[in-house]
Design a protein around this ligand. Sequence first.
Ligand SMILES: [Zn+2]
Length: 84
Amino acid sequence: MKTFRLPSDHCPTCGKHIDACTSIEHGNSPKEDDVTICYGCAEALVFDAELRVRIMPEDHPARRDDLFVLARYHMQQDVWRRAQ
Ligand SMILES: [Zn+2]
């Protein structure tokens, strides 16, 4: 895993400040159309050309990708634990 700095942004769902992301595959820096998961609320997000995030469309193929679904499930569990 490798962490990358991002332009300052906010999650469109929970408003959490976003200025970094961690790659779980390949260690490559993020690029347009890559997917990510909000640390604050586990929302499924997609990077735009400026590496700002938007909510992932319901028909995005990542929503059916086993690795992404599993990673999001674990993030949802982590969000829930932090809220206790
Ligand atoms: Zn969020």
